[in-house]
Ligand binder design. Sequence first.
Ligand code: 5GP
Ligand code: MG
Length: 218
Amino acid sequence: MRRPENELLASAAAPDYFHPVNSEPSPPAPVRRRVAPPRGWRAEVDYVLITQTQLARRVRELSREIERDFTGRDLVIVSLLNGTVMFLADLIRHLSLPLRLDFMGVSSYGGGTTSRELVFTKELRLEVRGRDVLLVDDILDTGKTLQTVLAKLRELQPREIKTCVLLDKPSRRVENVRADYAGFEVPDLFVIGYGLDYAERYRNLPFVGVLKPEIYQH
Ligand code: 5GP
Ligand code: MG
């Protein structure tokens, strides 16, 4: 007897690489290991928290989930300057989606390791009204940055806004914001590299690491 097509589809076992649309994004990967920094960085970097290989693997995973969730959508990626440069470049090169890309400049002025007053240094140029926005930032710490940027974006009336961060430091949260996609959960440490800076340096490190305490004392 011939069964209706939809019943046939439902009874077929789903292969394990198949993700149904809108299934939950994977939780952020925990980081546990401390790896010795490459020779050239040993004077300044105390240890590597997330290696180049771990970054590549996890970012690729996030790309796949985003691609799965935003297929068929009118997607605008809004990325926050300057900390997202490396993460964003690696994230979007694997997205086979007809997305648009724009940037917002946000700076918490002051060169130290604590966030202060937020200043917008570049405004969004693309139209987002009625479109789906994926807001990308480097790290979700107190949540003040994402909270402020989300409020500004909502005024532009996008259809939906989702958030994506490379790193999440949940122990530091002050504002009630969460990332829909988060790469790694990190402990309460000031981290640098892979786009993240200390006093505008160390953004070019290919890994995420922790500086030696004496670097902050200069
Ligand atoms: P929030 O507003 O959530 O407190 O902080 C977000 C911003 O603070 C990030 O976009 C980043 O610029 C900065 N930030 C927070 N924690 C760190 C960190 O551990 N390292 C670096 N380099 N920047 C951080
Ligand atoms: Mg930032």
